[in-house]
Design a protein around this ligand. Sequence first.
Ligand SMILES: Cc1cc2nc3c(=O)[nH]c(=O)nc-3n(C[C@H](O)[C@H](O)[C@H](O)COP(=O)(O)O)c2cc1C
Length: 356
Amino acid sequence: MSILFSPLTLRGTTFRNRAWVAPMCQYSSIDGHPTDWHLVHLGGLARGGAGLVITEATAVTPEGRISPQDAGIWNDAQAADYRRITDFIREQGAVPGIQLAHAGRKASTAAPWLGGGPVAASDGGWQTVGASPVGYGGWPAPTELTEQDLTEVVTAFADAAVRALTAGFEVAELHAAHGYLLHQFLSPLSNRRTDAYGGGLAGRSRLLFEVVDAVRAVWPDDQPLFVRLSATDWVDGGLTVDEVVEVSKQLAGHGVDLIDVSSAGNSPEQQITVGPGYQVPFARAVREGSGLPVAAVGLITEPAQAEQILTDDSADAVLLARALLREPSWPQRAARELGDEAYWAPQYERGKPRGR
Ligand SMILES: Cc1cc2nc3c(=O)[nH]c(=O)nc-3n(C[C@H](O)[C@H](O)[C@H](O)COP(=O)(O)O)c2cc1C
Protein backbone atom coordinates (compact mmCIF):
# COMPACT_ATOMS: atom_id res chain seq x y z
CA MET A 1 0.00 0.00 0.00
CA SER A 2 1.47 3.34 -1.02
CA ILE A 3 1.11 6.54 0.97
CA LEU A 4 0.06 8.37 -2.21
CA PHE A 5 -3.04 6.17 -2.42
CA SER A 6 -3.86 6.08 1.26
CA PRO A 7 -6.73 8.30 2.39
CA LEU A 8 -6.28 11.54 4.29
CA THR A 9 -8.87 13.07 6.58
CA LEU A 10 -9.01 16.78 7.41
CA ARG A 11 -11.90 17.78 9.67
CA GLY A 12 -14.93 15.90 8.33
CA THR A 13 -13.56 15.39 4.82
CA THR A 14 -11.81 12.22 3.74
CA PHE A 15 -9.77 12.39 0.53
CA ARG A 16 -9.48 8.99 -1.16
CA ASN A 17 -5.81 9.64 -1.89
CA ARG A 18 -3.11 12.31 -1.76
CA ALA A 19 -2.72 12.94 -5.51
CA TRP A 20 -4.55 16.23 -5.95
CA VAL A 21 -5.37 18.61 -8.78
CA ALA A 22 -3.69 22.02 -8.40
CA PRO A 23 -5.74 25.11 -9.31
CA MET A 24 -5.35 26.01 -12.98
CA CYS A 25 -6.80 29.09 -14.70
CA GLN A 26 -8.70 28.13 -17.84
CA TYR A 27 -9.66 31.58 -19.17
CA SER A 28 -12.88 29.99 -20.37
CA SER A 29 -15.56 31.65 -18.27
CA ILE A 30 -18.26 33.99 -19.50
CA ASP A 31 -18.89 36.88 -17.09
CA GLY A 32 -17.35 34.69 -14.42
CA HIS A 33 -19.76 31.80 -15.06
CA PRO A 34 -18.29 28.31 -15.56
CA THR A 35 -18.97 26.78 -18.97
CA ASP A 36 -19.14 23.32 -20.55
CA TRP A 37 -15.34 23.51 -20.67
CA HIS A 38 -15.18 23.47 -16.87
CA LEU A 39 -17.52 20.49 -16.56
CA VAL A 40 -15.44 18.49 -19.03
CA HIS A 41 -12.05 19.66 -17.72
CA LEU A 42 -12.72 19.32 -13.99
CA GLY A 43 -14.96 16.31 -14.47
CA GLY A 44 -12.26 14.56 -16.47
CA LEU A 45 -9.71 15.15 -13.74
CA ALA A 46 -12.06 13.69 -11.12
CA ARG A 47 -12.71 10.69 -13.38
CA GLY A 48 -8.93 10.30 -13.73
CA GLY A 49 -8.69 9.36 -10.05
CA ALA A 50 -7.47 12.45 -8.19
CA GLY A 51 -8.47 12.76 -4.54
CA LEU A 52 -9.20 16.50 -4.62
CA VAL A 53 -10.01 18.71 -7.57
CA ILE A 54 -9.38 22.39 -6.86
CA THR A 55 -10.89 24.79 -9.37
CA GLU A 56 -8.91 27.65 -10.86
CA ALA A 57 -8.48 31.03 -9.17
CA THR A 58 -12.11 32.15 -8.82
CA ALA A 59 -12.58 35.85 -8.37
CA VAL A 60 -14.49 37.17 -5.37
CA THR A 61 -15.17 40.50 -7.15
CA PRO A 62 -15.25 41.38 -10.88
CA GLU A 63 -12.13 43.58 -10.57
CA GLY A 64 -10.36 40.69 -8.83
CA ARG A 65 -10.22 38.72 -12.08
CA ILE A 66 -6.84 38.15 -13.73
CA SER A 67 -8.50 38.34 -17.13
CA PRO A 68 -12.00 39.08 -18.43
CA GLN A 69 -12.38 35.32 -19.05
CA ASP A 70 -11.61 34.35 -15.44
CA ALA A 71 -13.93 32.33 -13.26
CA GLY A 72 -15.91 34.21 -10.63
CA ILE A 73 -18.20 33.60 -7.70
CA TRP A 74 -19.29 37.14 -6.87
CA ASN A 75 -22.96 36.41 -7.57
CA ASP A 76 -25.47 33.67 -6.86
CA ALA A 77 -26.06 32.77 -10.50
CA GLN A 78 -22.37 31.87 -10.91
CA ALA A 79 -22.57 29.72 -7.77
CA ALA A 80 -25.67 27.94 -9.12
CA ASP A 81 -23.80 27.10 -12.33
CA TYR A 82 -21.07 25.37 -10.32
CA ARG A 83 -23.51 22.88 -8.77
CA ARG A 84 -23.53 20.57 -11.78
CA ILE A 85 -19.73 20.49 -11.72
CA THR A 86 -19.35 19.84 -7.99
CA ASP A 87 -22.01 17.10 -8.20
CA PHE A 88 -20.10 15.40 -11.00
CA ILE A 89 -16.76 15.63 -9.19
CA ARG A 90 -18.33 14.08 -6.10
CA GLU A 91 -20.03 11.35 -8.16
CA GLN A 92 -16.56 10.38 -9.33
CA GLY A 93 -15.45 10.01 -5.70
CA ALA A 94 -13.26 13.12 -5.62
CA VAL A 95 -13.64 16.12 -3.32
CA PRO A 96 -14.56 19.41 -5.02
CA GLY A 97 -12.48 22.37 -3.85
CA ILE A 98 -12.51 26.01 -4.93
CA GLN A 99 -9.68 28.52 -4.97
CA LEU A 100 -11.02 31.93 -3.92
CA ALA A 101 -8.95 34.75 -5.32
CA HIS A 102 -8.45 38.45 -5.93
CA ALA A 103 -5.73 39.40 -8.41
CA GLY A 104 -5.16 42.95 -7.11
CA ARG A 105 -2.52 44.75 -9.18
CA LYS A 106 -2.15 41.71 -11.47
CA ALA A 107 -5.78 41.90 -12.60
CA SER A 108 -7.05 43.17 -15.97
CA THR A 109 -4.65 41.17 -18.14
CA ALA A 110 -5.25 39.23 -21.34
CA ALA A 111 -5.47 35.44 -21.39
CA PRO A 112 -2.10 33.91 -22.39
CA TRP A 113 -3.30 32.92 -25.86
CA LEU A 114 -4.66 36.44 -26.39
CA GLY A 115 -1.21 37.90 -25.74
CA GLY A 116 -1.12 38.24 -21.93
CA GLY A 117 -0.11 41.52 -20.26
CA PRO A 118 -2.25 44.44 -19.09
CA VAL A 119 -5.53 45.24 -20.86
CA ALA A 120 -6.49 48.93 -20.98
CA ALA A 121 -9.96 50.03 -19.87
CA SER A 122 -10.67 51.04 -23.48
CA ASP A 123 -10.10 47.40 -24.52
CA GLY A 124 -12.36 45.88 -21.88
CA GLY A 125 -9.92 46.05 -18.96
CA TRP A 126 -10.28 48.01 -15.72
CA GLN A 127 -8.33 50.03 -13.15
CA THR A 128 -6.59 47.64 -10.77
CA VAL A 129 -6.34 47.95 -6.98
CA GLY A 130 -3.51 46.96 -4.65
CA ALA A 131 -1.73 47.38 -1.35
CA SER A 132 0.24 50.40 -2.63
CA PRO A 133 0.36 52.33 -5.90
CA VAL A 134 3.28 50.25 -7.15
CA GLY A 135 2.81 48.44 -10.46
CA TYR A 136 4.02 44.91 -11.16
CA GLY A 137 7.16 45.57 -13.20
CA GLY A 138 6.17 48.10 -15.83
CA TRP A 139 2.44 47.41 -15.52
CA PRO A 140 -0.01 50.20 -14.59
CA ALA A 141 0.04 51.24 -10.94
CA PRO A 142 -2.96 50.03 -8.94
CA THR A 143 -5.14 52.31 -6.85
CA GLU A 144 -4.21 51.93 -3.19
CA LEU A 145 -7.02 50.29 -1.24
CA THR A 146 -8.33 52.34 1.70
CA GLU A 147 -9.16 50.73 5.03
CA GLN A 148 -12.85 50.97 4.05
CA ASP A 149 -12.06 49.19 0.75
CA LEU A 150 -10.27 46.46 2.71
CA THR A 151 -13.37 45.84 4.80
CA GLU A 152 -15.21 45.29 1.52
CA VAL A 153 -12.51 42.91 0.27
CA VAL A 154 -12.80 40.85 3.46
CA THR A 155 -16.59 40.75 3.08
CA ALA A 156 -16.27 39.77 -0.59
CA PHE A 157 -14.14 36.74 0.36
CA ALA A 158 -16.62 35.71 3.08
CA ASP A 159 -19.64 36.16 0.78
CA ALA A 160 -17.87 34.15 -1.92
CA ALA A 161 -17.24 31.38 0.61
CA VAL A 162 -20.95 31.27 1.48
CA ARG A 163 -21.76 30.97 -2.23
CA ALA A 164 -19.09 28.28 -2.67
CA LEU A 165 -20.84 26.32 0.03
CA THR A 166 -24.20 26.54 -1.71
CA ALA A 167 -22.43 25.53 -4.93
CA GLY A 168 -21.40 22.27 -3.26
CA PHE A 169 -17.69 22.85 -2.67
CA GLU A 170 -16.23 21.00 0.28
CA VAL A 171 -12.78 22.63 0.47
CA ALA A 172 -12.08 26.35 0.20
CA GLU A 173 -8.56 27.47 -0.62
CA LEU A 174 -7.61 31.13 -0.23
CA HIS A 175 -5.14 32.27 -2.89
CA ALA A 176 -2.43 34.19 -1.06
CA ALA A 177 0.36 33.33 -3.51
CA HIS A 178 1.72 34.17 -6.96
CA GLY A 179 1.68 37.93 -6.53
CA TYR A 180 -2.10 38.27 -6.21
CA LEU A 181 -3.78 40.62 -3.75
CA LEU A 182 -3.19 38.78 -0.44
CA HIS A 183 0.43 38.10 -1.44
CA GLN A 184 0.80 41.77 -2.48
CA PHE A 185 -0.01 42.69 1.11
CA LEU A 186 2.37 40.06 2.55
CA SER A 187 5.36 41.11 0.47
CA PRO A 188 7.44 44.22 1.21
CA LEU A 189 8.07 44.49 -2.55
CA SER A 190 4.44 45.50 -3.17
CA ASN A 191 3.31 46.69 0.27
CA ARG A 192 4.71 50.13 1.13
CA ARG A 193 1.84 51.09 3.44
CA THR A 194 2.40 53.01 6.63
CA ASP A 195 -0.99 52.16 8.19
CA ALA A 196 -1.96 49.06 10.18
CA TYR A 197 -1.79 46.91 7.01
CA GLY A 198 1.88 47.58 6.22
CA GLY A 199 5.30 47.67 7.83
CA GLY A 200 6.40 44.59 9.77
CA LEU A 201 5.07 41.10 9.25
CA ALA A 202 2.17 41.68 11.65
CA GLY A 203 0.91 44.58 9.52
CA ARG A 204 1.58 42.92 6.16
CA SER A 205 -0.25 39.76 7.21
CA ARG A 206 -3.20 41.59 8.79
CA LEU A 207 -5.42 41.42 5.69
CA LEU A 208 -4.73 37.70 5.25
CA PHE A 209 -5.76 36.99 8.84
CA GLU A 210 -8.89 39.13 8.51
CA VAL A 211 -9.87 37.20 5.38
CA VAL A 212 -9.10 33.86 7.01
CA ASP A 213 -11.15 34.73 10.09
CA ALA A 214 -14.08 35.99 8.02
CA VAL A 215 -14.09 32.89 5.81
CA ARG A 216 -13.57 30.48 8.70
CA ALA A 217 -16.57 32.09 10.44
CA VAL A 218 -18.88 31.09 7.56
CA TRP A 219 -17.12 27.87 6.44
CA PRO A 220 -18.56 24.88 8.31
CA ASP A 221 -16.56 23.43 11.20
CA ASP A 222 -16.46 20.04 9.53
CA GLN A 223 -15.04 21.35 6.23
CA PRO A 224 -11.38 22.11 5.53
CA LEU A 225 -9.92 25.53 4.78
CA PHE A 226 -6.61 25.76 2.89
CA VAL A 227 -4.33 28.72 2.21
CA ARG A 228 -1.94 28.84 -0.75
CA LEU A 229 1.21 30.83 0.03
CA SER A 230 4.28 31.78 -1.95
CA ALA A 231 7.06 30.64 0.37
CA THR A 232 9.47 33.18 -1.11
CA ASP A 233 9.50 35.98 -3.67
CA TRP A 234 12.89 34.75 -4.97
CA VAL A 235 13.98 38.41 -4.81
CA ASP A 236 16.38 40.05 -2.31
CA GLY A 237 14.34 42.20 0.03
CA GLY A 238 11.14 40.24 -0.70
CA LEU A 239 9.01 37.88 1.38
CA THR A 240 11.18 35.20 3.03
CA VAL A 241 10.66 31.55 3.92
CA ASP A 242 11.09 32.38 7.61
CA GLU A 243 8.28 34.94 7.41
CA VAL A 244 6.02 32.48 5.61
CA VAL A 245 6.74 29.79 8.21
CA GLU A 246 5.84 32.30 10.93
CA VAL A 247 2.58 33.25 9.18
CA SER A 248 1.72 29.57 8.69
CA LYS A 249 2.31 28.86 12.36
CA GLN A 250 -0.15 31.61 13.24
CA LEU A 251 -2.64 30.40 10.62
CA ALA A 252 -2.78 27.11 12.53
CA GLY A 253 -4.42 29.07 15.35
CA HIS A 254 -6.97 30.61 12.98
CA GLY A 255 -8.63 27.39 11.87
CA VAL A 256 -6.62 26.80 8.69
CA ASP A 257 -6.24 23.09 8.00
CA LEU A 258 -3.53 22.90 5.35
CA ILE A 259 -0.97 25.16 3.68
CA ASP A 260 -0.50 24.72 -0.05
CA VAL A 261 3.14 25.73 -0.45
CA SER A 262 4.06 27.38 -3.74
CA SER A 263 6.45 30.28 -4.46
CA ALA A 264 7.11 33.34 -6.60
CA GLY A 265 4.88 35.51 -8.78
CA ASN A 266 5.22 38.94 -7.19
CA SER A 267 8.12 40.40 -9.18
CA PRO A 268 9.50 40.09 -12.70
CA GLU A 269 12.95 40.34 -11.01
CA GLN A 270 12.54 36.89 -9.45
CA GLN A 271 15.43 34.47 -9.88
CA ILE A 272 13.99 30.99 -9.49
CA THR A 273 16.03 27.83 -9.26
CA VAL A 274 13.71 25.44 -11.04
CA GLY A 275 14.05 21.66 -11.00
CA PRO A 276 12.06 18.55 -10.10
CA GLY A 277 10.22 19.15 -6.83
CA TYR A 278 11.97 22.50 -6.39
CA GLN A 279 9.36 23.81 -3.93
CA VAL A 280 9.28 20.66 -1.78
CA PRO A 281 11.91 21.97 0.71
CA PHE A 282 9.61 24.96 1.33
CA ALA A 283 6.68 22.63 2.00
CA ARG A 284 8.81 20.70 4.46
CA ALA A 285 9.93 23.88 6.21
CA VAL A 286 6.33 25.08 6.56
CA ARG A 287 5.20 21.66 7.78
CA GLU A 288 7.95 21.46 10.40
CA GLY A 289 7.67 25.07 11.49
CA SER A 290 3.88 25.37 11.64
CA GLY A 291 2.82 21.89 12.66
CA LEU A 292 0.12 22.09 9.97
CA PRO A 293 -0.42 19.57 7.19
CA VAL A 294 0.96 20.84 3.87
CA ALA A 295 0.61 20.06 0.17
CA ALA A 296 3.71 20.23 -2.03
CA VAL A 297 3.49 21.49 -5.59
CA GLY A 298 5.78 22.29 -8.50
CA LEU A 299 7.38 19.93 -11.01
CA ILE A 300 6.09 16.82 -9.34
CA THR A 301 5.68 14.56 -12.34
CA GLU A 302 6.64 10.98 -11.44
CA PRO A 303 4.70 8.56 -9.24
CA ALA A 304 7.85 7.41 -7.38
CA GLN A 305 8.84 11.04 -6.83
CA ALA A 306 5.40 11.85 -5.40
CA GLU A 307 5.55 8.81 -3.12
CA GLN A 308 9.03 9.77 -1.92
CA ILE A 309 7.88 13.28 -0.95
CA LEU A 310 5.24 11.69 1.28
CA THR A 311 7.56 8.96 2.62
CA ASP A 312 10.12 11.63 3.56
CA ASP A 313 7.46 13.46 5.58
CA SER A 314 8.01 16.56 3.45
CA ALA A 315 4.27 16.87 2.75
CA ASP A 316 0.89 15.27 3.45
CA ALA A 317 -0.33 15.47 -0.16
CA VAL A 318 0.96 16.47 -3.57
CA LEU A 319 -0.69 18.81 -6.05
CA LEU A 320 -0.10 18.38 -9.76
CA ALA A 321 -0.84 20.83 -12.53
CA ARG A 322 0.93 20.39 -15.85
CA ALA A 323 1.39 16.62 -15.52
CA LEU A 324 -2.41 16.35 -15.28
CA LEU A 325 -2.91 18.48 -18.38
CA ARG A 326 -0.72 16.00 -20.25
CA GLU A 327 -2.38 13.02 -18.64
CA PRO A 328 -5.66 13.58 -16.75
CA SER A 329 -5.60 9.95 -15.61
CA TRP A 330 -2.10 10.30 -14.09
CA PRO A 331 -3.39 8.97 -10.72
CA GLN A 332 -4.51 5.74 -12.39
CA ARG A 333 -1.07 5.17 -13.91
CA ALA A 334 0.64 6.23 -10.68
CA ALA A 335 -1.31 3.67 -8.67
CA ARG A 336 -0.37 0.95 -11.15
CA GLU A 337 3.32 1.90 -10.98
CA LEU A 338 3.24 1.93 -7.18
CA GLY A 339 1.47 -1.46 -7.06
CA ASP A 340 -1.68 0.13 -5.70
CA GLU A 341 -5.27 0.73 -6.78
CA ALA A 342 -6.86 3.95 -8.02
CA TYR A 343 -10.47 4.74 -8.84
CA TRP A 344 -11.76 3.71 -12.29
CA ALA A 345 -15.16 4.77 -13.50
CA PRO A 346 -17.16 1.61 -14.35
CA GLN A 347 -17.74 3.01 -17.85
CA TYR A 348 -13.96 2.93 -18.40
CA GLU A 349 -13.17 -0.36 -16.62
CA ARG A 350 -12.67 -2.24 -19.89
CA GLY A 351 -9.75 0.04 -20.60
CA LYS A 352 -7.98 -0.80 -17.36
CA PRO A 353 -4.62 -2.52 -17.96
CA ARG A 354 -4.55 -6.05 -16.53
CA GLY A 355 -1.65 -8.32 -15.63
CA ARG A 356 0.85 -5.60 -16.35
C1 LIG B 1 -2.53 26.36 -17.00
C2 LIG B 1 -2.16 26.72 -15.59
C3 LIG B 1 -2.97 27.57 -14.86
C4 LIG B 1 -2.66 27.89 -13.53
N1 LIG B 1 -3.54 28.63 -12.77
C5 LIG B 1 -3.36 28.75 -11.45
C6 LIG B 1 -4.37 29.28 -10.62
O1 LIG B 1 -5.47 29.61 -11.07
N2 LIG B 1 -4.12 29.39 -9.28
C7 LIG B 1 -2.92 28.99 -8.74
O2 LIG B 1 -2.73 29.12 -7.54
N3 LIG B 1 -1.96 28.45 -9.51
C8 LIG B 1 -2.15 28.29 -10.83
N4 LIG B 1 -1.22 27.64 -11.60
C9 LIG B 1 -0.03 27.08 -10.92
C10 LIG B 1 -0.25 25.62 -10.57
O3 LIG B 1 -1.29 25.46 -9.63
C11 LIG B 1 1.05 24.98 -10.03
O4 LIG B 1 1.36 25.60 -8.79
C12 LIG B 1 2.22 25.13 -10.98
O5 LIG B 1 1.85 24.87 -12.32
C13 LIG B 1 3.36 24.18 -10.62
O6 LIG B 1 2.93 22.84 -10.66
P1 LIG B 1 3.26 21.85 -11.90
O7 LIG B 1 4.76 21.83 -12.04
O8 LIG B 1 2.69 20.53 -11.47
O9 LIG B 1 2.63 22.40 -13.12
C14 LIG B 1 -1.47 27.36 -12.93
C15 LIG B 1 -0.65 26.53 -13.69
C16 LIG B 1 -0.98 26.20 -15.00
C17 LIG B 1 -0.08 25.26 -15.77
